[in-house]
Write a protein that binds this ligand. Sequence first.
Ligand code: SF4
Length: 405
Amino acid sequence: MSKLLTNDNNEFLSNLVAKCNETLLNANAAVCFATISKSKQSGETMNVDSIETSLRNGGRISRAEAETLWKNASDEQLQRLANIVRDRYHAPKTATYLLMRIINYTNICVALCDYCSFYRLPKSPDGYVRSKEWIYSKIDELLDVGGDLFGFNGGFNPELKIDYYVDLFGSIRQRYGERLEFYAMTVVELLYIARVSKISVPEALSRLKEAGVRWITGGGAEILADSFRKRHSPLKYTVAEYMDTQQKIVEAGLSTTATMVIGFDETLDERLDHLETVRNFQDATNGGLFSFLCWTYKPYNNELGGEEIGAGEYLRHLALSRIFLDNVRHIRTSVLTQNANALKGLSYGANDFDVPWEDEVTQMAGAVIERDVQRILGYAAEEGFVTNYRHVARQPSAAALHVVQ
Ligand code: SF4
């Protein structure tokens, strides 16, 4: 159970006990405590019940209601509410998955995020930029086992300008055509590449599109709250810069996604800031974000350290995301960071997931990848879900998928 929930409840109940002790004899205090606790509990139930009624009528929850749900709703209530919103888009007990490999072509980065276990500074002896042949061999290996989606992820490498990316992605599209699809870079990488190349974001997008790029991902978001970014990644752009870049991606006609990472030291307010920013953007762009994926921070081998949040907290957050982000069709659960627990997320509102093949960034921070597709699908089957492969590469038009119902 969440620390946020436990602390809030303890404080609330302690205050009630203090009030009892002021007005009643000690002998009666326990009775008072029990009575007020019970009445608070029924008040909470009523609030959650009224939110459920509103959702069943097609309503949308407010930020304050999201906070109420986080603090007061039971796991079962969150699951039920998440499924009300999920059912607006997807048939019950069905889910889709992808087999995906993240290709980390460089680990050189100057962003200095304190939660990162992956980056090396320029001139570091173990810094690298992989060759095209190395990249092709990674692609071939996944194609051979039936996967067809790749995510390219590097860092803020000052030596790699727009020409490098146009050449790399152009070569991949030329070599593999429609046999694969790829997420070329994250939103923050795009912004960095445009700046280091001294061109505008729209110009960078235009050149990438011409080379065959169709997707950018919403990576680099972590928590979209400037207070969080100042604490942990001050060089990784403000929320306004991040969202402005997302806007330009949508305007350029490329597909993009939303992501979120929880489990650092973010507050509930910062989490809600993030969800609210995503929902507002999705409204304003009439469904510009294809999907929302949330994963959890891994605290190993980096400056920030700390402890991982529990599996239950991840599932509760996933449910809250599905309920709040009622305008995002695809809510994805993270097998990469949650392993078998991620498939429980299908009962907490998620409808889609990656079966990951490799991701050096998260693996270096402590993620363990299980390259056993059938076993992972088996976890989904244990939850009662029928799963189908979602071929991003064979979908005729990514833009056509931006449908909000
Ligand atoms: S998280 Fe990404 S941007 Fe931040 S230091 Fe690591 S590689 Fe660089």
